[in-house]
Design a protein around this ligand. Structure first.
Ligand code: 1GP
Length: 272
């Protein structure tokens, strides 16, 4: 659901400390199961939903997942508007596409991380996919969120597919230069990614180095599974923490909700 203050303002707002994003890969479960996971995650304190991930998911699967999630959130908002004791705003979270390319798009999304994979070595991920996707997004009226995307070691599948020159722990000057470049391009968001399922999260010194460019909203993800890990990223300056694998690996919705609460609390406890 589109926040009242506008999507970008909602994302850039720092008044609530470090918040949590649930990443749903539409290729990995049915739209109905994805929606049950989203409702459980939002109930546990997640404040944004990203839909994306796999590179080969057809458009209609992505669209159906976004649509089903949006309908369920709308229903929750309606139900809580009928109940004076419940917090209506809790359910008012945006659904944002996190695309692997120009193929996984949906008009049911509230926006899209319109990304440049800044450390890719190939044109396709620097500008090519964006060039293909922009006319569709313009037609659909889906808001593009100007985002720089940086892939860190180990990088996982996105590092491989995106042919990224992976950033290693301790390369703080390089990260700072990328952050300055992102700002000078006019990007509002910088996403620091270790790769889905990564064994190690983004180096906290690298997050601190990006944080020196105060104007950027920092999203940090890849390999975060615990409250402690979320706290480290938040203390280093992350504005948002993304988790995906944690949701996929949960045995049931109760466990999912418990794990997300733990990460949400970790992120909130250490917000800078
Ligand atoms: C991947 O950063 C996200 O793009 C989330 O990573 O699956 O490791 O949580 P995980």
């Amino acid at each position: 659901m589109l926040p009242e203050e506008g999507l970008l303002n909602y994302i850039l707002d720092r008044s609530q400390g470090c918040r949590h994003i649930t990443l749903i890969d539409p290729g990995k479960q049915s739209a109905e199961e994805a929606t049950r996971r989203v409702i459980s995650a939002v109930g546990a304190g997640s404040r944004m939903i990203f839909v994306g991930g796999s590179t080969d998911t057809p458009d209609e699967v992505v669209h159906n997942t976004c649509k089903t999630i949006q309908e369920a959130l709308e229903l929750q908002i309606f139900a809580s508007s009928q109940d004076p004791s419940s917090e209506e705003d809790l359910w008012n979270v945006p659904v944002v596409l996190f695309p692997g390319g120009a193929h996984a798009l949906s008009p049911a999304a509230d926006g899209i991380t319109f990304m440049m994979l800044m450390n890719s070595q190939i044109r396709k991920f620097l500008i090519g996919e964006q060039l293909r996707g922009a006319p569709y997004l313009d037609k659909f009226g889906v808001e593009g969120l100007p985002t720089g995307y940086l892939v860190f070691s180990p990088g996982g599948k996105v590092g491989e597919v995106g042919q990224a020159e992976l950033i290693e722990p301790g390369q703080t000057d390089l990260v700072n230069a990328y952050a300055l470049t992102a700002k000078m391009f006019g990007f509002k968001i910088l996403y620091l990614e270790a790769g889905s399922g990564a064994a190690t999260q983004v180096d906290h010194k690298c997050i601190e180095s990006a944080r020196q460019v105060d104007e950027l909203c920092l999203i940090v993800g890849g390999g975060i599974r615990s409250g402690e890990q979320a706290a480290i990223a938040a203390a280093a300056g992350a504005n948002w923490i993304v988790t995906g694998t944690l949701t996929e690996d949960a045995a049931n919705l109760e466990e999912l909700s418990q794990r997300i609460s733990e990460v949400v609390n970790g992120a909130q406890s250490s917000s800078s």
